[in-house]
Design a protein around this ligand. Structure first.
Ligand SMILES: Nc1ncnc2c1ncn2[C@@H]1O[C@H](COP(=O)(O)OP(=O)(O)OP(=O)(O)O)[C@@H](O)[C@H]1O
Length: 287
């Protein structure tokens, strides 16, 4: 598969905090999930790739453009749609005005074509009916969808989404998955999330970031396979478990190092993710 976004050695510090530490990755068309605990550096990585924040070291290209140069940055920005974690809204803007404003910033200069595009993306996120409503009168989930519409305006080839399903109810989340999956056909989408379920259902690749470093890069099936033989059922809480809880059946589901002859269960992507984080913590604390 052709690489569309490629990063090498990205490093970024905030004072004494190393938020990104020598991050290299390659993205292809389709949806790539970015998982990591709080403070792992996900938002920082997305901001760098969206060209909002320059890295201290390292380089990257977006659809052939090099944001390290002024001209390349300008060209790259035309291909990027970015949904930040906390998009700022002017409360008195209508949904239409907000998306139109972002579209102007994206240099969609032809007014008629831009307004058609704004209507199209608002329809796409299911908000065509409320496009004249002020942002302050929309629910949190609706505002999130307006921000997504703004990111989609201009049909960007590289879509960067920072925890886009926060605040969405299950039905909206399903709609969102449909929408992102459709966008992932032929375009590159990088999706930061804490929802392992979104990654399992939507993504063709997954990157795990912890302490500013890439700890895993592969397919969701490969991440799940990291937990093969590491999940088991028991009638009591197993002291050898990294995590264990009583399920609805009354049995315990354990993740970690099973005892000899344990009743093994099918792992999930979340189990694999947990064990990758465990391994990276052990590496960090090793003498
Ligand atoms: N503006 C800032 N100034 C100082 N430190 C920062 C700043 N932004 C982030 N950090 C620190 O950099 C590290 C990475 O933060 P970042 O927000 O990228 O992580 P994250 O993986 O997105 O976290 P979360 O899942 O909680 O959103 C954290 O230690 C954080 O405290």
């Amino acid at each position: 598969m052709t690489t569309t976004v490629s990063a090498t050695g990205l490093t970024l510090r905030y004072g004494g905090t190393r938020a990104l530490d020598d991050v290299s990755l390659q993205l292809t068309r389709g949806v790539t999930g970015l998982l990591g605990p709080n403070g792992a550096g996900k938002t920082t990585l997305l901001r760098v790739l969206a060209t909002v924040l320059p890295p201290d070291r390292g380089e990257f290209t977006v659809l052939g453009h090099d944001p390290g140069t002024a001209g390349g940055r300008r060209s790259a920005r035309r291909t990027i749609g970015y949904l930040p974690q906390s998009p700022g809204f002017h409360p008195d803007f209508t949904a239409f005005e907000f998306v139109d404003y972002v579209a102007i910033l994206k240099e969609l200069t032809d007014r008629g074509a831009r307004h058609r595009e704004v209507r199209r993306v608002l329809e796409e996120v299911g908000l065509g009916e409320v496009r004249g409503r002020r942002m302050k009168r929309l629910s949190g989930g609706m505002r999130q969808r307006v921000a997504l519409a703004a990111a989609l305006a201009g049909d960007p080839g590289f879509l960067v989404l920072d925890e886009p399903t926060v605040g969405l109810d299950p039905e909206q989340r399903m709609r969102f998955r449909e929408l992102v999956a459709r966008r992932g056909e032929g375009r590159t989408v990088l999706l930061s999330t804490h929802q392992t379920e979104d990654v399992a259902m939507l993504c063709h690749r997954v990157v795990v970031l912890a302490e500013g470093r890439v700890r895993f890069e592969g397919t969701p099936a490969e991440l799940t396979a990291r937990a093969a033989g590491r999940v088991w059922r028991s009638t009591e809480r197993d002291p050898g478990a990294r995590a264990g809880w009583r399920t609805g059946t009354g049995d315990f589901r354990n993740v970690g190092h099973p005892p000899e002859g344990a009743d093994l269960l099918e792992p999930t992507l979340e189990d694999g993710y947990l064990l990758v984080l465990d391994a990276s913590r052990a590496e960090v604390t090793a003498p």
